[in-house]
Every structure is written in C-alpha cells, then in structure tokens.
Design a protein around this ligand. Structure first.
Ligand code: G3P
Length: 213
C-alpha cells in the first residue's frame, strides 16, 4: 500500500496550496477570508475579487485537481501494483481524496481551507473521465445551481452524487467507490456552514453580495 500512501501524501500537499489566499493577498492586497462567506474558493473569490479574480482562483484550484489526477494516472501506468486491491480506479480515488482533503484541511491555514469543489472537478476530469465529470458538473451541479441559484446546493448535490457516479463507472471496485464516498462526505462536511445558512434562510444566492462565515 506504499503507492497509495505516496499518492495521498503528494496530492494532499498539492491540494493544500491555498490559491484563494495567495491570489487575494498578492494581487488584490486583501485577505479573502475576511470577506463574504470567508471561504477561499471560487464562489467567494467572485464575490470578493470579481470575475477575473474568481476565474484565476478557479483555474489554479482546478489545476491542483488535474495534476493530482495526472499523478494517479501516471502511477497506474508505470508503477506495478503492490497489492491486488490497488486498482487504477482506487489510485484515482485516493488522488481525488488527497487533493480535496489537502484543500479543505490545509496545513498552511492551520488545517482550515476551502470546500473542495474546483479541486474535485479537476481531479474527476482525469479519474472519472470527461463523461463522468460532465455528469457531475452539468447534470447535477449546474442544474441545481440554475434551479436554486445557490452554488452551495449544486456543490452539495454533486458531492452526494459522487459515489453513485463512481459506482456506475467502477462497478464492483468497492474500495474505489468507498473512497469516492469519502470524497463526497468530506465535501458535504466542508459545507456545514452553508447547510446551516440554507436551513435558516440566510445563504446568499448568486448575484447577491452578502454572505457570512
Ligand atoms: O464551492 C463553494 C461553494 O459551494 C460555496 O461557497 O463561498 O458560498 O460558501 P461559499
């Protein structure tokens, strides 16, 4: 299982790079954590820094996910499996979980961080393939965002859908599906403040400037 731990460690470190904080501090001379929802991700970057800042944070976070997926892909195609259980699908799942976990529990931010959506999309584009990622992205995330105008509702729905899409793609590979369930559960947990705001009717909708931590 050395390869699995190695993939998790490297993708965790990659995921932990807090691009939202870096971009806000270096380019906009402010700290994204002190504005809007306080989150370091794309949605709050849009609120805080506008479209260009939001796009920059999305692309940088998305790239962390892509790179993590690429690491798993590279391992699956070069390293001989050190245990029968370590399938390419499981390597991909571990990489997706590693970068999402590193993003949400970043050591550089005292083990706080973002909510893992952009980074997960990047990873899933490699590990689910583009068709699986598009089901997550358009059929679940975008549809829910359009219907509710809450980004968080789309994010939570896509996170819940993650293990089900994994089950369709990797049917029978239960360890991989279980790790994708962990990815989804970690993302839902990261949205606990959004869930509380949705329940109390104070979550900010797209187009609204307000939003609290
Ligand atoms: O991807 C994060 C999104 O689901 C919610 O972000 O800033 O509204 O908490 P935010």
């Amino acid at each position: 299982l050395g390869i699995a731990f190695g993939i998790f460690a490297v993708t965790f470190l990659l995921g932990s790079i807090p691009w939202g904080v870096i971009v806000s501090k270096t380019i906009y001379h402010t700290d994204i954590r002190e504005h809007g929802s306080g989150n370091i991700g794309t949605t709050n970057a849009m609120r805080t820094m506008g479209k260009a800042g939001g796009a920059a944070v999305f692309l940088l976070d998305f790239s962390k996910g892509l790179a993590s997926g690429a690491i798993a892909w590279g391992c699956a195609h070069t390293a001989p499996p050190d245990a029968a259980i370590l399938t390419p699908a499981l390597m991909g799942a571990v990489a997706a979980w590693g970068c999402v976990y590193g993003h949400i529990f970043s050591p550089w931010l005292s083990f706080k961080g973002g909510k893992g959506i952009a980074v997960a999309i990047g990873a899933l584009f490699v590990t689910f393939g583009w068709i699986g990622a598009c089901i997550e992205l358009f059929a679940v995330f975008a549809l829910l965002v359009i219907l509710t105008r809450y980004v968080s509702v789309g994010s939570i729905a896509a996170a819940v859908a993650c293990p089900f899409v994994a089950a369709v793609l990797f049917w029978g590979d239960w360890p991989a599906i279980a790790v994708y369930a962990l990815v989804g559960a970690t993302v839902v947990w990261a949205h606990r403040s959004n869930i509380a705001r949705l329940a109390s009717g104070t979550e900010s909708r797209i187009g609204s400037k307000k939003g609290t931590a």
